[in-house]
Write a protein that binds this ligand. Structure first.
Ligand SMILES: *Cc1c(COP(=O)(O)O)cnc(C)c1O
Length: 320
């Protein structure tokens, strides 16, 4: 399948708070890169799919939760490639008909459910060896798609931005850290010795401090020398997928005002962090901020099914 080198748009966002705090905010619309392979998953899969095609694998397998954006994107990508595809899913088979996995199965993904204890082995060499014996000649992509090929794909965002605008600070939500690693790498490639940019990752899970080491492990040699990034771990709002009614109200109100869609698991947490940081006076006057919209709207499907969100507050999602 072809993932073209098309630029995602950069748009200005106007908001009374931005005016009040004298900052300029733009948004990199990676959510518009592809109708199904959303946002950063498109960037992360780009070179992985190229590799898959070139090497003549018999199939591909990956890991994820039952509402995972990565599982959803990966299933579609394999479907387009005509490649057998397996998802090792954390949780019980009771989830197999939820929004995300219904689509994944629709695209031919075989879902293999494992308990939490087994799922925890997803990075262990012995587990990966077992899987490679069970599924010979399958390409194995880690959870969230975060590997070196993903970092390379994400790094292209910085090259695009360099042609689109000048900015001081870039914000991204952080799950596994692959996206932030890609941005750090891109910035270090383009601005070798002295980067002008501050790269802020907003961790969406609790106790995310360990991710700093994961991020460093994903960086190329060049990226390792750069210190212009920071993982902010205080904006998780209770943990992965958690948010208060007030958080939700703020996101929905911002969506109405901006005509954009931020969802509460990733992009919405980045947005709330931005608003909190503004109120705390974190940014200097005239600071030029770019938000990376990493997409992930399919994740709303599961939350609407579980009645954690009201369908009317969100764009309509396609049904499998
Ligand atoms: C997967 C995902 C992230 C997290 O990206 P990482 O590279 O895992 O840090 C952020 N936003 C959205 C919408 C995602 O689907």
């Amino acid at each position: 399948m072809k993932l073209k080198n098309n630029f995602s748009a950069l748009e200005k966002i106007n908001h009374p708070l931005f005016t009040q705090h004298k900052v300029q905010v733009e948004i990199k619309r990676d959510d518009l890169l592809h109708p199904i392979i959303s946002g950063n998953k498109w960037r992360k899969l780009k070179y992985n799919l190229e590799h898959l095609k070139k090497q003549g694998y018999s199939g591909a397998l990956t890991f994820g939760g039952s509402y995972s954006n990565h599982i959803h994107a990966f299933a579609f990508a394999c479907y387009q490639l005509g490649l057998p595809c397996l998802g090792i899913i954390r949780g019980e088979a009771q989830y197999e008909n939820n929004y995300t996995l219904s689509w994944a199965k629709h695209w031919g993904m075989q879902c293999h459910f494992v308990d939490r204890k087994t799922y925890r082995r997803r990075f262990d060499d012995d587990f990966l060896l077992e899987l490679s014996q069970q599924y010979p000649n399958f390409f194995i992509i880690p959870e969230g798609g975060s590997n070196k090929l993903a970092v390379e794909g994400v790094s292209e965002i910085i090259a695009e931005l360099a042609q689109q605008t000048q900015f001081d600070t870039l914000l991204t939500p952080v799950g596994s850290g692959g996206t932030l690693a890609g941005l750090i790498d891109g910035d270090s490639q383009l601005f070798e010795t002295k980067s002008q940019h501050k790269l802020l990752g907003i961790a969406v899970l609790k106790q995310a401090e360990y991710l700093s080491n994961e991020i460093k492990a994903l960086l190329s040699e060049q990226g390792k020398t750069h210190q212009n990034w920071q993982l902010m771990t205080q904006f998780h709002r209770g943990g992965y997928g958690k948010f208060s009614p007030e958080d939700l109200t703020r996101i929905i109100r911002f969506n109405e005002q901006s005509q954009l869609t931020f969802e509460p698991v990733y992009s919405g947490k980045m947005l709330l962090a931005l608003l909190d940081l503004l109120e705390q006076g974190y940014f200097k006057a005239n600071e030029r901020i770019v938000l990376l919209h990493t997409g992930g709207l399919q994740g709303l499907g599961g939350m609407i099914e579980q009645q954690r969100l009201r369908a009317n507050d969100w764009p309509k999602l396609p049904l499998p």
